[in-house]
Design a protein around this ligand. Structure first.
Ligand SMILES: [Zn+2]
Length: 488
């Protein structure tokens, strides 16, 4: 279904005053016909006597005006969103403003041509009466362009508050879709959004929070090829990613372009945050010149994260971003703030610029972006023997004697496990290896396959030849073989 967003001014003409209507359509024109067939009162506000779109009504497909695509014949697909933007709701004004703001690209924040409208005076009233913000600060906020990398646990609260605070342009990069396991922390999304595109859903949510903010979306993985081109259009980069290749890439691109990188990372109950600005302090590589070996630091999917944790940490990022824009206060440059939710403590560690840093000690123009997957050793080890869930199930049904070893933690085993498996948590494996017979056919499994790949590697390294890894872990097993199993 294609989602059609109805502007406030026109909602009264839909059945039940809806803000959005889902329709089945393959082109913009079909979507409008379907919408108007069921909401006839709406038609005369959108179409003229000849049935053509009225010239003060614009239709946007995701973030693009359809006039610049294929007009009413533009193709639409199920994840798309159409937005009706009539001039009366201020829609045209914002398009013009965006063009005007883009023209101010190379200017300093304070010199960019932005206007604060009468309605914005009211909206930002509680900002305008703080001396540190005031009209000057609000203009700086509106002039600012902030790129948020990752619209997950950290990007949700940071982008939402940045939009609410009046940041003029926010870019969102993510290419994920919303999964049920995201909802306990990624507060931009609701239950009904599962399966939808993260950036598109985030864009809608931010637009609702503050229609004055221009949201740009990049639904693609950040890579050495596109990073500089995307970063160039922004003043500040907010790093809310969950993987090392993107962190190193973000750092190196920020150093090269001289842009501040508002950094945070989260794990279980702990968050770390700082501002890397290589012109004034250290960069990420001064702190961590090289990534840890693959698999040593578990991701949120593997290690878990307390749902409320990224809320606080993401808001520290938003706060630092606002301070940088206002040019007020003491930024976290050269200070790593470590937050422990269990102890409810904030510790501050001094971090220094490394005079031999492989990146920021060089002339920025000589900094080259590299292949970060390779740098982080993420390339899949080809020598690990793997077996897929369906394949393994067929083997078992055919009577092949297979010994299943579950390398997760006991509390995970309690949620779900494969019948007949033996629990040996990865950390205990070296001490309990004597329980395993080299003559047996072993299949190792964990939640999604990463920990068990290490277990497989380890066992092969000490002479177990008949050991395989269950690809995709118990989660894939629950999807492909036993759908009655609890997933987490
Ligand atoms: Zn450095």
């Amino acid at each position: 279904m294609v989602r059609v967003l109805i502007p406030t001014a026109l909602r009264q003409y839909t059945e039940g005053s809806k803000s959005e209507v889902d329709v089945r359509a393959s082109t913009v024109s079909e979507a409008l016909s379907s919408l108007l067939a069921n909401n006839q009162k709406l038609a005369r506000h959108i179409l003229d006597e000849q049935g053509k779109l009225r010239n003060f009504v614009n239709i946007f497909l995701n973030d693009e005006d359809v006039r610049y695509l294929g007009g009413e014949n533009t193709k639409v697909s199920d994840t798309d969103t159409l937005r009706i933007v009539p001039a009366i709701a201020g829609g045209l004004e914002i398009v013009e403003e965006e063009q005007q703001r883009q023209r101010g690209d190379d200017l300093a924040l304070e010199d960019r041509p932005v206007k604060i409208s009468a309605r914005e005076y009211r909206r930002y009233g509680r900002h305008l009466i703080i001396p540190e913000v005031g009209l000057e600060g609000q203009r700086r906020l509106k002039s600012a362009r902030v790129l948020v990398i990752g619209t997950g646990g950290l990007g949700s609260p940071s982008s939402l508050y940045l939009a609410a605070a009046g940041v003029g342009t926010i870019g969102l990069i993510d290419f994920d879709t919303i999964d049920e396991t995201n909802l306990h922390r990624q507060i931009l999304y609701t239950d009904k959004d599962v399966g939808r595109s993260k950036v598109q859903t985030a864009m809608q949510r931010l637009h609702e929070a503050n229609p004055n903010t221009i949201i740009k979306t990049y639904e693609e993985p950040l890579s050495s090829e596109n990073a500089l081109e995307i970063f160039k259009g922004y003043d500040i980069i907010v790093d809310g990613t969950d993987n090392f290749p993107t962190r190193y890439l973000t750092n190196d691109a920020c150093v090269k372009l001289g842009k501040p990188n508002v950094y945070a990372s989260i794990f279980r109950f702990e968050g770390q945050t700082t501002v890397f600005d290589s012109k004034k302090g250290p960069c990420y590589r001064c702190l961590y010149p090289k990534p840890p070996p693959p698999g040593l630091v578990p991701s949120c999917a593997e290690g878990g994260v307390l749902g409320v944790l990224p809320g606080l940490v993401g808001l520290i990022q938003a706060t630092e971003t606002v301070k940088l824009i206002l040019n007020k206060g003491e930024p976290l440059i050269g200070r790593l703030l470590v937050y422990d939710a269990l102890g409810m403590t904030f510790e501050e560690l001094k971090i220094r610029k490394n005079p031999n840093c492989p990146v920021c000690s060089k002339d920025p123009s000589s900094v080259k972006l590299i292949d970060y997957q390779q740098f982080c050793g993420i390339e899949k080890a080809p020598d690990i023997a793997v077996v897929g869930p369906k394949e393994l199930n067929a083997e078992i049904e055919n009577g092949r004697k297979v010994k299943l070893i579950d390398v997760r933690e006991p509390h995970e085993y309690e949620i779900a496990h494969i019948e007949g498996s033996t629990l040996i948590p990865l950390g205990q494996l070296p001490d309990r290896v004597s329980e395993l017979d080299t003559a047996d056919e072993l299949v190792m499994y964990c939640h999604t396959g990463a920990r068990s790949a290490r277990a497989t590697d380890f066992l092969r390294g000490i002479g177990y030849k008949k050991v395989r890894n269950l690809e995709g872990g118990i989660d894939a097993w629950a999807v492909e073989v036993d759908t009655s199993m609890n997933r987490y």
